[in-house]
Design a protein around this ligand. Structure first.
Ligand code: SAM
Length: 228
């Protein structure tokens, strides 16, 4: 039986793999109806290991966190999104598959510093972020200079690998332009990843809800990987 939005919000409250924040001004994390903020201790406190920690930002239904969690049992994954009903899907599947190395954090990404110490983050995926096409909204793009500065401040000098996958060509071009203009180290840049001549790793073949949606409408998929 599929749940409606309110039922999903209710279910999230008792899912052991979901942490939620409900306030921008007084951020706090709640899991299982209790305050629980593992900031700086995600690996030891939540995952019970010291394996690398990979974030999926704008995870929506968390297809990347879940798929990579299955492919890489020796890494930890946290899917992050503000929309609880979407996160519910990924969290439910992770529980059904007994993926103890996958959990979800419901928050605005702008508040990550409240819940995470940058030094514990080892890799970041940004999957099909909203393109915010209008010029006045460009600061909301998760790849804008404002967000890149935010990630850098959060990481506090630590260099990690970032991945961006998108169906939106203007956003892809914007991202590459911003990264290049800032002198970031671009490691791989693939326009139309499924094009005939391209050899791509299995990790790039994971399809999210938005990828399927846009690919089904004929969009090409693009990818850029960088270190920052
Ligand atoms: C286009 S959807 C992509 C979802 C998923 N990655 C996929 O490919 O199916 C973009 C997601 O980014 C989330 N999002 C956008 N800005 C955000 C922010 N500042 N903080 C948290 N989530 C954000 C939205 O809630 C939405 O679920």
């Amino acid at each position: 039986m599929s749940l409606n939005k309110l039922q999903k919000f209710e279910a999230l409250k008792t899912m052991p793999n979901v942490y939620e924040n409900f306030s921008f001004t007084e951020p706090k994390l709640i899991r299982n109806n209790q305050l629980d903020n593992p900031r700086g201790k995600w690996k030891s406190q939540h995952f019970g290991n010291s394996n690398p920690l990979v974030l999926e930002l704008a995870c929506g239904k968390g297809e990347y966190a879940v798929a990579l969690g299955g492919m890489f049992p020796n890494k930890n994954f946290i899917g992050i999104d503000i929309k609880g009903n979407r996160i519910h899907n990924g969290a439910r599947i992770a529980l059904e598959k007994n993926l103890l190395n996958v959990c979800f954090l419901r928050t605005k990404i702008e508040l990550l510093h409240e819940f995470m110490d940058g030094e514990e983050i080892d890799e970041i995926w940004i999957t099909f972020p909203d393109p915010f096409p209008s010029f006045s909204d460009r600061g909301n793009r998760l790849i804008s200079p404002k967000f890149l500065d935010y990630y850098k401040k959060l990481l506090n000098g630590k260099k990690i690998t970032f991945h961006l996958k998108t169906d939106n060509f203007p956003l892809f071009r914007y991202a590459v332009g911003v990264l290049d203009g800032r002198g970031e180290r671009i490691l791989r840049c693939l326009e139309n990843i499924y094009g005939n001549d391209k050899k791509i790793d299995d990790i790039l073949k994971v399809q999210t809800y938005y990828e399927r949606l846009h690919a089904g409408q004929g969009s090409q998929i693009h990818y850029v990987k960088w270190e920052m």
